[in-house]
Design a protein around this ligand. Structure first.
Ligand code: SF4
Ligand code: SF4
Ligand code: SF4
Length: 319
């Protein structure tokens, strides 16, 4: 079995590599941020909303900045980044989520830690999963609506706004997770604001993502932005239903608890809005050529009997 057949290992390497690269951008390659279009995409605020959040959270931040601002940055600060964002999602779907997102890596590491401690995972009841997916759209709507309302001073909502931060920044666990280490390393001034709500959200993130795989991704507003286009992306999961033995492994290994890959009997494209493109299902499917990853019709990865992978009691599949 080659390295790419066992996709979780290179994926972890990419996640760690990206985090190092993205952080290095903050202090190592500031010239990158001097190019206006790139600055808007990658450096909406070079000090705290840094490169590693692009292109997901940055879009929310840019939307907020434009809504409470005077719309002076409407094109360069919002329209162009949104076009880039939509194009990226139509090309690579939610590939960002499993491979690059700074909140995806800690969730995956918490799962690995839990498994190494021999602690069983908690499964979301099916109804909860559906409910949470709907809640993330509601959350995104409230964040945008509240931000929009902040642009109307006579509503008095600005009293509830921190002096520097906009609604999503107050809640974003990224701030507590990554700003504190940067303050400790001397990369950010000690006065950098980390709101207590963000610290609370980070605590919630740790408590929920340790027992439940990728729990935050069920709620994430950036995921809500990408989800509707995921199915239409050039990269997608494909299934040859004639080779499926209905063993159920793909449903059990999926960190997003997706059942469609298992249940689909007709359609070839089995990508759903919540799929984060981790390809755990592909690497774990025991039927050769049953599941695969396709880019514009060209298959780049296929399932193959995972004879070299140890079986974990938790999933009945590889760790
Ligand atoms: S859903 Fe949100 S937190 Fe999860 S990986 Fe995607 S962007 Fe990151
Ligand atoms: S793991 Fe493969 S064979 Fe088993 S149910 Fe899923 S698609 Fe079918
Ligand atoms: S359906 Fe497959 S690729 Fe998508 S999240 Fe689940 S395991 Fe990962």
């Amino acid at each position: 079995m080659n390295l790419w057949q066992r996709i979780s290992t290179p994926r972890l390497m990419v996640q760690i590599g990206w985090l190092i690269f993205a952080n290095a951008m903050i202090f190592g390659l500031p010239a990158f941020g001097e190019i206006p279009a790139l600055r808007n995409v990658f450096f909406p605020d070079a000090t705290t909303k840094f490169f590693q959040n692009a292109p997901t959270y940055s879009i929310i931040y840019m939307l907020q900045d434009t809504l409470v601002g005077d719309f002076a940055t409407f094109y360069m600060g919002l329209v162009i980044p949104i076009l880039i964002f939509v194009t990226l999602v139509l090309v690579m779907g939610r590939f960002w989520c499993a491979w690059l997102c700074p909140l995806g890596l800690p969730q995956d590491l918490l799962t690995r830690l839990r498994r190494s401690l021999g602690i069983k995972r908690v499964n979301l009841p099916p109804n909860w999963s559906v409910f949470l997916h709907q809640m993330k759209y509601l959350g995104l709507f409230l964040i945008i609506f509240y931000t929009f309302a902040l642009g109307f001073p006579h509503l008095g909502l600005s009293n509830f706004q921190s002096s520097l931060l906009l609604p999503y920044e107050l809640l974003d666990p990224n701030r507590a997770m990554y700003v504190y280490p940067q303050i400790w390393m001397g990369l950010l001034p000690a006065s950098t604001v980390v709101p207590w709500l963000s610290i609370l959200t980070f605590g919630f993130f740790l408590m929920t993502c340790f027992p439940i795989r990728r729990f935050w991704c069920h709620l994430c507003p950036a995921g809500a932005l990408m989800a509707p286009l995921n199915k239409y992306a050039m990269i997608h999961l494909k299934k040859d239903a004639s080779k499926c033995t209905h063993c159920g492994i793909c449903a059990r290994v999926c960190p997003m608890e997706i059942k469609k890959v298992y249940t689909e009997r007709e359609q070839e494209n089995v990508t759903v809005s919540v799929c984060v493109h981790c390809y755990r299902c592909v690497e774990s499917c025991p039927e050769e050529g049953c599941l695969g990853v396709s880019i514009m019709g060209k298959v780049v990865l296929e399932s193959k009997y995972p004879d070299e992978i140890s079986i974990s009691p938790e999933e009945g599949v590889p760790n």
